[in-house]
Design a protein around this ligand. Sequence first.
Ligand code: URA
Length: 240
Amino acid sequence: MTERIQKLLAAAGLCSRRTAEEWIAAGRVTVNGRRSRVGDKADPETDDIRVDGRPLRGAAQHVYLMLHKPRGYVTTLSDERGRPTAASLVRGCGARVYPVGRLDLDTEGLLLITNDGDLAHRLLSPKKHVDKVYYARCRGTVREGAAEEFARGIRLPDGLLCLPAELTVLSYDRIQDESEIRLRIREGKFHQVKRMMEAVGCPVLFLKRLSMGPLVLDENLKPGEYRPLTDTEREWLEQL
Ligand code: URA
């Protein structure tokens, strides 16, 4: 069956569709020896599709892993300062996989790791507004009305207008002067949770991602551990 070439490259786990389009436009992709153009279709069963001269061998197996990212790990694939990468924790999985989206060095929690570029693209698309839920411990007490401000969509001091978010104050420890909160956001701007909490005067001391869309962090996973997604979890993601 013929499919658009960018979709085939993403389905083979090589890259996202957008990146595939860039590769095609840059002339890196050939079909039966001819340079392909963005929008061309091909049949992975019968056509010889190559990227940089290397054949795309059928639709590679997709791998979907749930990692409990520990603090102290970067979510980029390499780090110029030599800090450990989250991807290195799943090196034994037998596929070239990468994290979907970013978590800060000092954030822990749910990180989806896959070679399904198409899914990564859907999950991260700003148009999709996939929910992310975080638990945080913050300095100070959350001021009255903060939840309502978040629900309307706050403007950060640097001018960024956040989409409506759901803030729940879980507890306040008077002795430590620390609050525990849960925050559900629908976007993933740089340091978003930290910036939002800072804006209401409660700097984040500890941050953990609990869920992303339908995926919920498996609390049986200790920081640094991972497991493949279950069939049900994969089906949920397919529906996004
Ligand atoms: N928001 C942050 O501030 N940091 C993260 O790592 C994720 C969301």
